[in-house]
Design a protein around this ligand. Structure first.
Ligand SMILES: C[S@@+](CC[C@H](N)C(=O)[O-])C[C@H]1O[C@@H](n2cnc3c(N)ncnc32)[C@H](O)[C@@H]1O
Length: 450
């Protein structure tokens, strides 16, 4: 049996199609395929589409409707052949019984039809076509690419195709360097669309707005944010040492936690503050803009001196209010006590977070706590948990654990014990694995004299 027209339906790869003076020319992507169509009265179209005899002869091309309208409002049920001789006798007999007339119909496939991948592969020259950039990450309305040098001559065209083909995308950029600076931001160039870098991205039920040129954001960390937040109990107090624009702090507050959220980057702080307000968690999150080390040294004292608000009472539904009234029940209990102790530290600055751990040494001793007696709040066995992100070159989990444990213990000045967990987060580059080590702050380290 002949294969039908779909065998002709592809764009040749690696031919430099659609490039004119270095710009995108959409015309060469137009392709016209003549097919046979069974012209029937509107009420007959469904009969043909459902018929088991017709099944293998109907047009089956992605993103193309199998029925078109004729000039007098008849229906054209499209077939996958262009030559009547390719139709089986059963199909021809069936069409006759349905009074269907066979006509020729042109299907037009143009620039709008092809996927971004198909177009990019057609545009690029043969030598570099096979490794063409296929995926890109998005943040809000912005798509970001990391083009290898050989694709740079085609960067604007690639950007334009991505813009045209992504309905929610308004801006396409290319990263210009790897992030190695203190605030983990990278330089970028506009490839296509509007020069608008202030994006709004949702994650874990919260909205985050920020200028992508000025702050750190990585949508790939979404599950890691969620995993860490799942560790927090509603009544916990969380101190986020490297908070960015709030992807740990704000969802944690949404679940009832009180949060001290800190970031040294003034722009992160600005958007963190804005996001706290926009997500309506102002009463539960206290933002600050200071060095992580100073923040760690002061977090315990701040929570003690200016205790954090209690877990907000859950707003009862209208039905619950009605039910309580009907049953003559007392109003819901008042909120619990304010919160004075920190239960978790989050430290997501994988490149150097471990180096900040020595700030915990003696943090609860009189040398740092002054006259406050924090020993009742922080007893052995109920010390805060520290979730510290880091990189390791070790690929095997056992070796990674040994490496990370040794570096953490050296900084904190105590053994971590068997309770510590080592969670693999993702591979960042060859020989660069991201982990999160979670451990209880050793009592002896926190109360150690200087
Ligand atoms: C890898 S980002 C993580 C941001 C956020 N927690 C997240 O998960 O998306 C690290 C953050 O640490 C901030 N940072 C870098 N050095 C710092 C320091 N010495 N003290 C406090 N924050 C710092 C950066 O500005 C950046 O926002």
């Amino acid at each position: 049996m002949p294969q039908g027209i779909s065998q002709h339906l592809f764009l040749p790869k690696g031919r430099g199609i659609g490039l004119k003076d270095g710009k995108l020319d959409k015309e060469p992507f137009r392709k016209v395929l003549p097919v046979l169509a069974a012209k029937v009265a509107p009420e007959k179209a469904g009969v043909l589409l459902k018929s088991s005899v017709m099944k293998r002869s109907l047009l089956d091309v992605p993103r193309v409707k199998s029925v078109a309208r004729g000039p007098n409002d008849e229906r054209l049920v499209l077939l996958k052949y262009s030559d009547q001789a390719d139709l089986t006798p059963e199909v021809q007999d069936f069409l006759q019984t349905q009074s269907a007339e066979l006509v020729s119909h042109d299907i037009v496939f143009d620039y709008d039809y092809w996927t971004a991948d198909e177009i990019i592969h057609a545009i690029l020259p043969e030598e570099i076509e096979s490794g063409a950039p296929s995926g890109f990450a998005t943040v809000g309305h912005l798509a970001h690419l990391n083009l290898r040098p050989e694709y740079l001559p085609y960067k604007y065209v690639i950007g334009q195709v991505i813009l045209d083909k992504s309905p929610t995308c308004r801006t396409v950029i290319n990263k210009l360097d790897n992030i190695a600076n203190q605030f983990r931001v990278f330089r970028m160039e506009l490839l296509a669309g509007e020069p608008d870098y202030v994006v709004t991205q949702s994650e874990n039920g919260c909205q985050f707005t920020f200028d992508f040129r000025e702050v750190y954001w990585n949508s790939r960390l979404h599950t890691e944010h969620e995993r860490i937040i799942a560790n927090f109990k509603t009544e916990d107090v969380v101190a986020d040492v490297f908070a960015g624009v709030g992807p740990f702090a704000i969802p944690a507050a949404k679940k009832g936690c009180a949060v001290l959220a800190n970031d040294l980057n003034p722009s992160s702080y600005k958007y963190l503050t804005q996001n706290i307000a926009e997500n309506k968690v102002d009463s539960l999150v206290r933002p600050s803009c200071e060095d992580g080390r100073a923040f760690i040294r002061s977090a315990f004292n701040r929570a003690y001196d200016d205790s954090l608000p209690p877990v907000p009472p859950r707003k009862p539904s209208k039905a619950e209010v009605k039910e309580r009234r009907a049953e003559g029940q007392a109003p819901p209990p008042p909120p619990g006590p304010t919160r004075q102790r920190v239960d978790h530290f989050v430290m997501n600055l994988p490149d150097t977070a471990i180096l900040f751990l020595d700030a915990f040494r003696g943090v609860l001793s009189p040398a740092n706590a002054g006259e406050r007696d924090l020993s009742g709040l922080y007893a052995e066995g109920s010390m805060p948990m520290i979730h510290c992100h880091c990189f390791t070159r070790e690929l095997e989990p056992e070796k990674a654990e040994v490496d990370i444990r040794q570096r953490v213990e050296e900084k904190i000045g105590q053994g971590l014990g068997e309770e510590a967990t080592f969670h693999w987060v993702r591979s960042v580059a060859p020989q660069k694995e991201m982990y999160c080590v979670s451990f209880r702050l050793p009592h002896a380290a926190a109360f150690a004299s200087p």
